[in-house]
Design a protein around this ligand. Structure first.
Ligand SMILES: Nc1ncnc2c1ncn2[C@@H]1O[C@H](COP(=O)(O)OP(=O)(O)OP(=O)(O)O)[C@@H](O)[C@H]1O
Ligand SMILES: [Mg+2]
Length: 240
């Protein structure tokens, strides 16, 4: 399991007290985000599944990393969770879990080339299910703006407590805003010392314009200066 693997790494590195502390800190941070998201979701409609979209103002702010680790944190608390890689332009999720990208996924389902039941997978190192992006389509916007996207989310919502959707940055592509109509709420990711405040303001304005329910902003990379080392270690784990 994703989250559990962090615990395994702590156990493996028991001789390294500093690394252990960092890992625990990160683990606690994800749990804190989980608690805050649960508070933010308390006022939302009691739908079958809560569907959360993870997006950001710019590229590389940590959407996929946060989405996967939050999925693990929610699943760790007993929830049935599905993550969906809806970033059909720069799909990375599958490679964060497996060493290569080769599975069918969302684009194949939307294109009518696969049934969703056949392409959802449960990786052995995860405590949640995954619907990867599938083949990179020539027309990601058109594909994600098909009416059947709403039907698909409705169908999936019958089987899960939470569906976490990883998307492209809101300020860069059009389909992210379109997808907001199908989700319970939006989690915006900002990266410390990277995300421009102006771009963030624009992203919030766009989401408000689309009447999206912004649940909150996660400030990624906000730990002390040593956190970088941790993430490098974690990257190795991801690619391992
Ligand atoms: N808090 C962090 N500290 C250091 N590195 C991080 C942190 N969060 C993510 N990263 C690293 O930054 C890179 C980008 O992260 P990630 O893929 O999660 O971002 P993204 O927003 O999904 O990017 P994209 O816009 O390309 O989809 C990855 O190598 C990831 O491991
Ligand atoms: Mg990503």
């Amino acid at each position: 399991m994703y989250f559990k693997k962090i615990t395994d790494m702590i156990a493996d590195s028991a001789d390294n007290g500093q690394l252990q502390k960092k890992m625990q800190f990160i683990q606690e941070s994800y749990k804190n985000v989980r608690a805050n998201l649960l508070f933010a979701l308390a006022g939302t409609k009691n739908e079958k599944a809560k569907i959360l979209m993870f997006t950001s103002a710019e590229q590389g702010d940590g959407k996929t990393t946060t989405c996967l680790n939050q999925a693990a944190a929610f699943a760790d608390a007993g929830a049935k969770v599905l993550v969906v890689d809806a970033d059909l332009r720069r799909p990375r999720m599958e490679r964060y879990i497996y060493s290569e990208k080769k599975r069918k996924g969302l684009s194949d389902v939307l294109g009518g080339f696969a049934d969703v039941e056949d392409v959802i997978v449960k990786p052995t190192n995860c405590n949640f299910d995954c619907l990867f992006s599938g083949s990179i389509p020539p027309n990601p916007s058109e594909l994600l703006m098909l009416e059947i996207v709403g039907d698909l989310f409705e169908k999936l919502a019958e089987h899960y407590d939470y569906i976490f959707v990883d998307t492209p940055p809101v300020g860069i592509v059009s389909e992210t805003l379109y997808l907001t109509q199908f989700v319970t709420g939006v989690v915006l990711i900002a990266k410390k010392r990277k995300t421009h405040i102006r771009k963030m303001q624009d992203a919030v304005a766009s989401l408000n314009f689309a009447h999206a329910n912004i649940l909150g902003i996660v400030l990624n990379g906000s730990a002390d200066s040593t956190s970088r080392t941790y993430y490098r270690s974690k990257d190795k784990y991801y690619y391992y």
